[in-house]
Design a protein around this ligand. Structure first.
Ligand SMILES: C[S@@+](CC[C@H](N)C(=O)[O-])C[C@H]1O[C@@H](n2cnc3c(N)ncnc32)[C@H](O)[C@@H]1O
Length: 151
């Protein structure tokens, strides 16, 4: 296995976890930037044309993993690989952000849900190819309808 190393760091308005919006239907609209280290800047060549980017990053402040946990969006437990929990065996986060503009090694983006100074592992262009009608949302659909019945 390779040893991961950061290609850069997220600059985010969120300094602590509870500042980050959570729950169903929550829209992540916070603006931030991806500050890429000088030795990797050449790798940003031709990135300007993409509207959205996939950012892979490290949950560097998440503690030990748990294989079963209850997410903030439900009152029932689920397996870690059926959730987006920060407490995973390999603490890798994935966020799709809207790409606004580039200034040298800095990518300005909207939609960050990472804490400030989160290490970035990789960036890839986002190419959506799953038609909405084919997408199934597993336990989330059921939990959403339970919540809406309660309110
Ligand atoms: C539910 S996770 C989803 C993250 C990502 N969109 C994903 O799907 O992998 C988002 C939560 O991760 C936590 N978080 C964000 N940055 C973190 C970091 N650097 N270390 C540990 N936890 C972090 C915050 O509590 C945030 O609300």
């Amino acid at each position: 296995m390779f040893t991961p190393r950061p290609i850069g760091f997220v600059s985010s308005p969120y300094k602590i976890s509870r500042e980050i919006p959570k729950g169903f239907g929550v829209k992540h609209e916070a603006e931030g930037s991806l500050e890429i280290l000088p030795e990797f800047e050449l790798g940003l060549t031709d990135i300007e044309g993409f509207s959205h980017l996939i950012v892979l990053w490290e949950f560097d402040r998440s503690g030990n993993f748990e294989l079963i946990g209850t997410p903030p969006t439900d009152d029932r437990p689920h397996g870690v690989f059926a959730t987006r929990s920060p407490r995973r065996p390999n603490p890798i986060g994935l966020t799709v952000v809207e790409f606004q503009r580039r200034d040298g090694p800095t990518l300005y983006v909207r939609g960050v849900d990472m804490l400030d100074r989160t290490p970035i592992l990789d960036i890839k262009p986002y190419l959506s190819n799953v038609p909405a009608e084919k997408l199934r949302r597993g336990w989330m659909t059921e939990a959403e309808s339970r919540k809406s019945q309660m309110s």
